[in-house]
Design a protein around this ligand. Structure first.
Ligand code: SDX
Length: 429
């Protein structure tokens, strides 16, 4: 919808740019013709004021701590639905009917196995390889196994690739974990729901029956819902940019996994737990708060702050509640890490530095405590984030591919290097 316009005056040039309005949220100034009309680029490293695309999938109101998936608040989806229902919503735009949900669950369940040759793929890695390194390698290699769903111009192949990614990520993530700890791979079971199946593939061993605790399965499923999608974050933007060249979906998701790994993004859950362990006790908190505020100290409170949320991340509130549920179920409600986290949050939220900079806990602040209590090593935390975010990456990738205006993404730059100069022979340097 084009409603009004914005005038840009540059030297003797005055250019009128159309302004587009969304359903909710900020308007955008369409600057597509700016360079042609003024010879200048816009400049916005970090994209703090730049909308890279139009999307109908997820909406975030950072000032009010609101997160909607296809219009539904995250709190309601986490409370009332399950992860595969959220996957259906993100992919198709509406909540499924009972029949649609049953069919979708059945289709995902029957794609959970991976090609048996994938097992040999893992043996090329050292056992102590970081599971995220294994995930980047193995997911990127899926295009070598599933040639029949790499033609991105074919809607059927796009749908099959999407289902395969959502269905196989738990299996591959569990294989990465089992390989890491030197235990045999556990095959998926079709009579188990998505999250129960995943926990069983991670924690069952061939020597005995393994029954997944339903409270932990529900918590795992809710954690997946909280991580499913988040608008145009760094890894989603990576997937969109990779996909804009026509790369196959498996390669694009592998690119997203690589980007998510960074400690400023999805790697923050691992970094946050390592930070809580380093702080160790409540009396050490003031020292770390001081370091986080010290401009000369690179230390930051991991799990705090967000590019968009300048209020409490709504996912962090639900994550905190889930943490209490899991620790109570496992008899760890006095977990010292939780005590440190709760006290750290309380102190930070009353500290002028954090208040002024609008720094609140984000989803990564509490997730690590929960995942550690469930039995995962810290090196698996970002793998679990990637597992859940795969549906968001796939939904955003599909939306981009189906967008008739889609073109290859190719940003420009402000060049501040050397002007043209002639080659100097080495004898004269
Ligand atoms: C995720 O984009 C998404 O949606 C991501 C995500 C998703 O679901 O996809 O929500 C998942 O990545 C959550 C964020 C996880 N990262 C962390 O918890 C790492 C710690 N947080 C920071 O690195 C930082 O807050 C970012 C990276 C999250 C946001 O960085 P910005 O928006 O570029 O903000 P900034 O670095 O410019 O910080 C603004 C100010 C700075 O001070 P000044 O230079 O203005 O004086 O706030 C300070 C920063 O120094 N600051 C912090 C801080 N975060 C920001 N100071 C101490 N501790 C922190 N955690």
């Amino acid at each position: 919808m084009t409603d009004t316009s914005a005038n840009i005056v540059l030297g003797d040039k005055k250019v009128e740019m159309p302004v587009k309005k969304g359903t909710i949220g900020p308007d955008v100034i369409d600057i597509g013709a700016l360079y042609k009309n003024t010879g200048a680029f816009t400049y916005d490293p970090g994209f703090t004021s730049t909308a890279a695309c139009e999307s109908k999938i997820t909406y975030i109101d950072g000032d009010n701590g609101v997160l909607l998936h296809r219009g539904y608040p995250i709190e309601q989806l986490a409370e009332h639905g399950d992860f595969l229902e959220t996957c259906y919503l993100l992919l198709y735009g509406d909540l499924p009917t009972a029949a649609q949900k049953k069919d979708f669950d059945h289709r995902v369940t029957h794609h959970t196995m991976v090609h048996e040759q994938m097992n040999k793929f893992f043996s090329g890695f050292r056992r102590d390889a970081h599971p995220m390194a294994v995930m980047v390698g193995t997911v990127g290699a899926l295009s070598a196994f599933y040639h029949d769903s790499t033609d991105i111009t074919d809607p059927h192949q796009r749908m099959v690739a999407s289902l395969r990614m959502i269905a196989k990520m738990p299996t591959i993530a569990a294989m990465a974990y089992k390989y890491h700890i030197g235990q045999p791979f556990v095959y998926p079971q079709n009579d188990l729901d998505y999250s129960t199946n995943f926990l069983r593939m991670c924690f069952a061993v061939p020597c005995e029956e393994y029954k997944v605790n339903p409270v932990l399965a529900r918590a795992m499923d809710r954690i997946f819902i909280l991580h499913a999608d988040h608008e145009q974050n760094a890894s989603t933007s990576t997937v969109r940019l990779a996909g804009s060249s026509g790369a196959n979906p498996f390669a694009c998701i592998a690119a997203g996994i690589a980007c998510l790994w960074g400690p400023a993004h999805g790697g923050a859950n691992e970094a946050a737990l390592n930070m809580l362990q380093e702080i160790g006790t409540v009396d050490k908190i003031p020292e770390y708060i001081a370091r986080a505020k010290d401009k000369n100290d690179p230390f930051r409170l991991m799990g705090f702050g967000h590019r968009v949320y300048k209020n409490y991340d709504p996912r962090a509130k639900i994550m905190q509640k889930t943490t209490h549920e899991v620790l109570a179920e496992l008899g760890h409600k006095d977990d010292p890490l939780l005590q440190v986290a709760m006290e750290l949050e309380k102190i930070a939220l009353t500290d002028p530095y954090f208040i002024e900079k609008k720094l609140y806990p984000n989803i990564d602040f509490y997730s690590g405590i929960t995942l550690k209590a469930m039995g995962f090593p810290t090196t698996m935390f970002t793998v679990l984030f990637a597992l859940a975010r795969t549906v968001g990456w796939i939904a955003q990738w599909a939306e981009m591919i189906e967008d008739p205006q889609q073109r290859i993404g190719r940003p420009r730059q402000l060049y501040t290097g050397e002007p043209q100069r002639d080659y100097v022979p080495v004898s004269k340097r």
